[in-house]
Design a binder for this molecule. Structure first.
Ligand code: PGA
Length: 256
């Protein structure tokens, strides 16, 4: 049975002391729920990863760790960057690849997304490949085309034997941090576009997450009424109560 996945993307928030507190609070709340078919992950800033993984191990918290970004090269003169092997050694399981903020603010191109997704999956971790249309693209009715284009390139260098190490996050750029999530109709249409971009040679279909203003009020309806397998949560993942509520509701509403 497929497990739902809920990832908290902390973005550039939480120093390592705050991160330790947040993951401890979250871990206790999550442990108090019976999560039979939902996996919980947090994506802290790089400098917090070691502290967060140590707390999870020491307190045996039912939470796994994701990274927000990685460089595709093995090692070398890439000042400011982090490698796949460094993350793997820390016990990181998921890596966000091509978040819209990396694309729009840090010049991450589709080609770099492709190299990164290949490196992450080859390195034994799961790539959470982010895709999504801007407001203008949506207004021009180009959502399907944009998603297919982004994903075809993102998938192009992934070895078929690693295709079970892919998760897709549909994150419409206009919905991120806006307070307005996409409708279940929008999300269902996007899932169709995403499905059509998955290589026919892949024996397994990746899970699809939705991200963009997810909260405890909208997540139940989204997971019940659209074909998503969980969420990538930004703002609402910074409070343990809010995030654990999203996790609990997802677990209660997800059936696949
Ligand atoms: P948001 O962010 O939940 O704050 O809209 C989601 C994301 O950027 O992953």
């Amino acid at each position: 049975m497929t497990k739902a996945l809920v990832i908290g993307n902390w973005k550039m928030n939480m120093d390592y002391v705050e991160a330790i507190h947040l993951v401890q609070q979250l871990g206790v709340l999550v442990r108090g729920q019976t999560l039979d078919h939902t996996e919980v992950a947090v994506a802290p800033p790089f400098v917090d990863l070691r502290s967060v993984t140590s707390v999870i191990e020491a307190d045996r918290l039912p939470v796994v760790v994701a990274a927000q970004h990685v460089h595709s090269a093995d090692a070398g003169a890439f000042t400011g960057e982090i490698s796949v092997a460094m993350l793997k050694r820390l016990g990181v399981k998921y890596v966000l690849v091509g978040h819209s903020e990396r694309r729009s603010l840090f010049g991450m191109t589709d080609a770099v997304v492709s190299d990164t997704a290949a490196a992450v999956t080859q390195g034994g971790m799961t790539a959470v490949i982010c895709c999504g249309e801007t407001f203008e693209e949506r207004e021009l009715d180009r959502t399907t085309e944009v998603l297919q284009h982004q994903l075809q390139i993102a998938f192009s260098k992934i070895n078929t034997k690693n295709c079970d190490r892919v998760v897709i996050a549909y994150e419409p750029v206009w919905a991120i941090g806006s307070g307005t999530a996409a409708t279940t109709e929008d999300i269902s249409l996007a899932c169709k576009a995403i499905d059509s971009a998955i290589p026919s040679s892949w024996p397994t279909k990746p899970r699809i997450l939705y991200g963009g203003s997810v909260n405890s009020e909208n997540c139940g309806s989204i997971v019940e009424n659209s074909p998503v397998d969980g969420f990538l949560v930004g703002g609402a993942s910074l409070k343990a109560d809010d995030f654990s509520a999203i996790v609990g509701i997802t677990n209660a509403c997800y059936r696949r």
